[in-house]
Write a protein that binds this ligand. Structure first.
Ligand code: SF4
Length: 197
């Protein structure tokens, strides 16, 4: 598992498959515990991440850490990544082409880690993985698609501009880890939307 994840990391670091490779400083592979029960998926690296090559180390990352602290979970226990691994100029939303080009890396991360649940952070990840929109209306819910469970919540960056949303993020993350405990205990969890045919 370690070797496979290292191979993806190296591929991402030298990747030039899309236009974002021309403007990035460093590409930002996923990071964390390869045996995690949960993969967090955000939108794209920001300025600090681009400079350092690590995901969620800026203000948004601190907000996520605050929410994890509230759930008594360490960053070392989770795996975190983004839909696209390179920073879009001026933090614009990645285009459909950039997202679909980069998605192969995410698919590989998911297939190696095999998380019990994927935590979708914000609209871009929601749209890219499940075709959804308006995550604020759907946050806190569980979705099943092709046997994979997803949990929906806001992007931590949203809490920077709206302080009230930090409470929302914290309560969602607490709920997420309660759900993970239930899954591990073999309890049937409530699935709000099931895309399974
Ligand atoms: S965003 Fe993804 S596909 Fe595009 S260059 Fe970076 S790693 Fe490659």
């Amino acid at each position: 598992m370690y070797n496979k994840m290292e191979a993806i990391r190296h591929e991402v670091m030298k990747c030039t498959k899309c236009e974002l490779s021309k403007t990035r400083i460093k590409s930002v592979p996923g990071k964390g515990n390869f045996k995690s029960d949960v993969i967090f998926v955000g939108e794209a690296p920001g300025k600090n991440e681009d400079l350092n090559g690590e995901p969620f180390i800026g203000i948004a990352g601190k907000r996520l850490s605050m929410a994890l602290d509230e759930a008594m979970v360490s960053r070392d226990d989770i795996y975190i990544t983004n839909i696209v691994k390179c920073r879009p100029p001026k933090n614009r939303v990645p285009t459909t082409t950039e997202r679909s080009t980069c998605q192969e890396y995410l698919k590989q991360e998911i297939s190696i880690i095999k998380p019990k649940i994927i935590c979708i952070l914000g609209n871009t990840a929601f749209n890219s993985l499940l075709g959804g929109s308006e995550i604020i209306k759907h946050r806190g819910r569980v979705v099943r698609k092709e046997e994979q469970l997803y949990f929906l919540t806001i992007h931590p960056a949203a809490t920077i501009y709206n302080q009230d949303l930090i409470k929302v993020l914290k309560s969602d993350i607490i709920k997420l880890f309660k759900i993970i405990t239930e899954i591990k205990d073999g309890i049937d969890i409530q699935v709000d939307f099931d895309y399974t045919p």
